[in-house]
Design a protein around this ligand. Structure first.
Ligand code: PRP
Length: 185
């Protein structure tokens, strides 16, 4: 069983209650900004955003529709910053207000790529919502409209964020206290 190999020592960076409180605040901001508008098209970037998206949208009261986008980056044969589309959205975004939902913005290449693509396709507006902003790691500018927390340039797991696909289901954001942990995302 894969989980038997989990390191024991995980330090909590952002607790479950802190996440819940901040997500309530973000949902209230989104409700306020999009009150009276057409249904907001919320696009989660797989896989990491799923836990955040679900909890956020359960708090949002405005009408929304949900779709997903998936990218692959930094694989073999790619150049730095080259982001490939693994799964496109199913819905049309022409003329729609779009909210892109991410668990973390690191270099910024993923969100920048999707933002530019959605604008090219004729979205009426595209706003960005990220739970975590690793601002010191940024290589390309992205305008984050709804930001949960700014964190240091450290490797974090939990609440959607993984280490080799593990830890996504932790209900908090943690830092692995293990010499083997990578230094950055
Ligand atoms: C992570 C994260 C963002 C992206 C941010 O996804 O969820 O999508 O990296 O990095 P960037 O700002 O440097 O582009 P990842 O590619 O690890 O996939 P995952 O969500 O499936 O874990």
């Amino acid at each position: 069983m894969e989980y038997e190999r989990l390191p024991d020592r995980l330090e909590t960076l952002i607790s479950q209650s802190e996440l819940e409180e901040r997500i309530r605040q973000l949902a209230a901001e989104i409700d306020r900004d999009f009150a009276g508008a057409d249904p907001l098209l919320c696009v989660g970037v797989l896989k990491g955003s799923v836990f955040f998206l679900v909890d956020l949208l359960k708090q949002v009261k405005i009408p929304v529709v949900v779709d997903f986008f998936q990218t692959a980056s930094y694989g073999s044969g790619t150049t730095p910053g080259e982001v490939r589309i693994r799964k496109d959205i199913d819905l049309s975004i022409r003329g729609r207000d779009v909210l892109l939902i991410e668990d973390i913005v690191d270099t910024g290449y993923t969100l920048r790529t999707i933002l530019d693509l959605f604008r090219f396709r004729g979205a009426r507006s595209v706003r960005l919502c990220a739970l975590l902003d690793k601002a010191d790691a940024r290589e390309v500018d992205v305008p984050i409209d709804y930001r949960g927390f700014t964190i240091d340039n450290i490797f974090v797991v939990g609440y959607g964020l993984d280490l080799d696909e593990r830890y996504r289901n932790l209900p908090y954001i943690g830092v692995i206290q293990d010499d083997a942990a990578p230094e950055t995302d």
